[in-house]
Design a binder for this molecule. Structure first.
Ligand SMILES: [Zn+2]
Length: 233
């Protein structure tokens, strides 16, 4: 799928709200719309039933750690929220941003899955903490990330993934590469989320010049995209 790019005074973003249960507020900022800047985010949220002070975030540390939104700020890579009038947010520039909502419990989550988080199965940890009795009530959005076209890795790292996910990787050949979006989507499916409820944004951040932030492509000047999900008051 490819979400529609929308524009506002703060810049371009993807409006993802329609993928989730009614009332859910979800979006991903694109290159130039700095999701880490409180002032910019505050202006965007004004009038949308959320305030920037109610957006929980963590210091991302490339771990498999999931926390409750009320525990933030702290070092972690996924947050689970349950309260109306609040939201959770992660930022990325090549790593996989994943947003989750549980149609039964009203819980929502934002996950930052780089290669370490993917290997640690952080998306499954986040899903399991959302309180639903059935994974079938979960809806997921797997956002743009560096794709296998651009994400070559050394044989050592490839072997770590082969060990953790036997049979899930295409043969490495002479160019081992990882598809972190596909691995995270497959983990959700293996956990019980229906395939039709897993929305994968098939967009490589490094290839999407001008649209996506990519640390591999732009280094320190890459900027960060914010993936946010929550419920208006
Ligand atoms: Zn690419």
């Amino acid at each position: 799928m490819l979400s529609e790019v929308r524009r506002c005074a703060q810049g371009a973003y993807l409006d993802l709200s329609g993928l989730f249960p009614a009332d859910t507020f979800a979006f991903l900022t694109l290159k130039g719309f700095d999701g880490t800047d409180a002032g910019t985010l505050s202006a965007f949220l004004a009038g949308r039933g959320l305030s920037v002070g109610n957006v929980h975030r963590v210091e991302q540390i490339h771990s498999g750690t999931v926390v409750d939104a009320r525990e933030a700020p702290c070092g972690a890579d996924a947050l689970v929220g349950r309260v109306r009038g609040e939201a959770v947010r992660v930022v990325t520039a090549d790593c996989v941003p994943i947003l989750l909502a549980d149609a039964e419990t009203g819980a929502y989550a934002a996950v930052h899955a780089g290669w370490k988080g993917t290997l640690a199965r952080i998306v499954q940890s986040a899903a399991s903490r959302m309180g639903g009795a059935r994974p079938s009530s979960l809806i997921a959005y797997v956002g743009p990330a560096v794709g296998p076209c651009c994400y070559t890795v050394d044989t050592g790292r490839y072997a770590l993934f082969e060990d953790e996910f036997p049979g899930w990787l295409p043969p490495a050949g002479d160019r081992p590469a990882l598809d972190l979006q596909a691995l995270n989507a497959r983990m959700l499916e293996a956990w019980g989320v229906p395939r039709g409820s897993i929305h994968v944004e098939e967009r490589c951040t490094a290839c999407s010049v001008g649209l996506c932030c990519s640390y591999r492509r732009d280094g320190d000047g890459a900027g960060r995209m914010a993936a946010l999900i929550g419920m208006p008051a």
